[in-house]
Design a binder for this molecule. Sequence first.
Ligand code: ADP
Length: 398
Amino acid sequence: MKVLVINCGSSSLKYQVFDMTTETVLAKGIVERIGIDGSFLKYRRGDEDNITIEAEIPNHEVAIKLVFDALTHEAYGVLRSMDEIAAVGHRVVHAGEKYASSVVIDDDVMAALRECIDLAPLHNPPNIMGIEVAQKLMPNVKHVGVFDTAFHQTMPDYAYMYALPYEYYEKHKVRRYGFHGTSHKYVSQRAAAMLGRPIEELKIITCHLGNGASVTAVKGGKSVDTSMGFTPLEGLIMGTRSGDLDPAVVTFLQEKEGFSSEQVNNLLNKKSGVLGISGVSSDFRSLEEASDAGNERAALAMEMFAYRVRKYIGAYAAAMGGVDAIVFTAGLGENSALMREKICAGLEFLGVKIDAEKNNVRGREVDFSAADAKVRTLLVPTNEELMIARDTLALVRG
Ligand code: ADP
């Protein structure tokens, strides 16, 4: 059975086609600059080189049609026709409190996703548009919604509520939702498999460290707390996002600098984080280089980042009454041995002890704990697309 996975952004569209009998990727790629000059489609079949197809791509419908053309192309396609696709899985950022797992999309689901636009104004509209266009072009197959927020719906109320007057939760649903759920779920399941133990008896802390970054406490396979909150701004220091902050700083800056709410929003989301601190870059590769060359603010940014992750690990070990494994994933978590080492330094009291040699890897599953460590430290490359394809397959099979 073949499954198409779509992740639709405002000006980009990522896709992958899986053969689910072997869980292999037949083809994948991205359409970029939709509705902007210089748009193109990047396409890759299996392990072959990327092909770039430049075209005028004014909207998402044209983008998806172009993807279908590539997938069924005589020379480099992987399908005889789009009829070979049995179902489509869509990544959707926000499903509010309505869905705790993936669902087959119908009119009620679409209405619920539209209701969440207020909660994710940048992400849900393009996600919804991607579903509408794909449904129009593939009306005869089931479309499944897989939500970033769903995995975290198991959090207890004392973890997801904010200490604001209760009426704002009732009126506007202001609470912690959490994001990256598909990734946290996938890597926690892989971690249990690597440890050879049932996930139901494990306490796992998953650290998704990419441009956006979050930590989740996974107890018995369920998310019980996570660092991102009402929006993906809370929690860890990120590439360009501040993470946790005294909310009084916001009103203080508005008064002192005369910032509008839009300006503060932009400041906290786009100009803060390790970029704001270092003044160098949001990319940790550049920060490591700058720090090695003696740039003190780049070094400070990295220290602050590691310290914040370490604090969350300590907090979540307390939240779960212990921890069996700490998992690192996403761009930075998978690729930076230095950052993994920095984060783990100081966690010896918990039973963390890493093996520096085993830690010196990137991008593949490895247990890099020392033989006598009480808490396992694992590197698990994330695979959100595979998780979406699995959920999609499970739902269409009923
Ligand atoms: P996104 O949240 O955009 O999906 P990724 O998970 O792809 O992000 O992570 C991207 C980030 O990973 C980069 O900005 C960079 O900071 C970090 N990264 C990737 N490769 C390396 C590396 N070799 N060393 C250090 N950091 C890296």
